[in-house]
Design a protein around this ligand. Sequence first.
Ligand code: SF4
Length: 342
Amino acid sequence: MSQLQYLTSFSLTELQDRLQAMGEPAYRARQVFQGVYQRGLSDFAAFTDLPRPLKEKLAGEFIINPLELEQMASSADGTIKYLFRLTDGYFVETVLIPSGERKTACLSTQVGCRFRCAFCASGLNGFKRNLTAGEIVSQVLALKFTFGHNLTNLVFMGMGEPLDNLENLLKAIRILNDERGLNFGARRMTVSTAGVIPGIKKLKDFELQINLSISIHSALDRQRSRLMPINKKYPLAELVEAAEDYIRSGGRQLTLEYILIRDLNDSLYESEGLAAIARRLRAKVNLIAYSPVPQLPYRRPEEAGVARFGRWLEERKVKVTFRQSRGVDIAAACGQLAGKFQ
Ligand code: SF4
């Protein structure tokens, strides 16, 4: 199985080249691409428009969907967490987050994470490997076709740091966006980063206008370095400068994610620093109450504490949204379920 290539790692052009090298005309690649991304076929035997010898040849070369469902957990709030086994035995998580008309898939980009943010379950077991473009794309196909979710939005915010796997991430985004396939709108995709500045700079030059969100979690360098060691390498001043460059290029919008942890980053002083950064970047702040991880000492704030912090920001003319921590009852904070299996 492992010598088979993941078909979902191929762009249409690459697939055409590959099929041509196998002696097939280019239109066969389009048929395969449409079958996978528009009809949701995950088995070559189901391609009624392909001749049998070609189906057999393709099945000897490619695997369409390399993800195998290991476990699924549904939360009372509608969030569903899928744990997938990869072909080498590692696990990744993908989370479906329904909210009104929206159905958002939260996608993983790495197995584990090398950034070791103090509050996060994904970093606890360290970094294992990058996901291939195909493994990223296949999470979307699994949720859409295998589990029948009519996805409206994609966020690259699950396990791993997306900008630490930039090449595969951008390739996956191009494949998902291809109008001859899934045709998922760039404006409905959001990449979330802990602040990898070289990645933000490269994203600025990316041809598709995807959304960017930056996990801030503290507006004070010392505190942020304690919570997010990446801040030692890419401190706040440089991060804000890179973010400013990013929004200047083509009027892009930015969101700042802020996980509120009780008695740690929920002070008035923190809110003042955050408001200054948000105003400078004309960014919306997304406030999220911390979702506790059993092995970690951090606590979730009371609802009143979240509301108070939001009010402090609003009083300073910052647009605030409150994101519920979803699926608290099913360990939906990123990396919690995979960590148990890894
Ligand atoms: S918060 Fe993101 S960057 Fe930090 S350890 Fe978790 S997955 Fe990695």
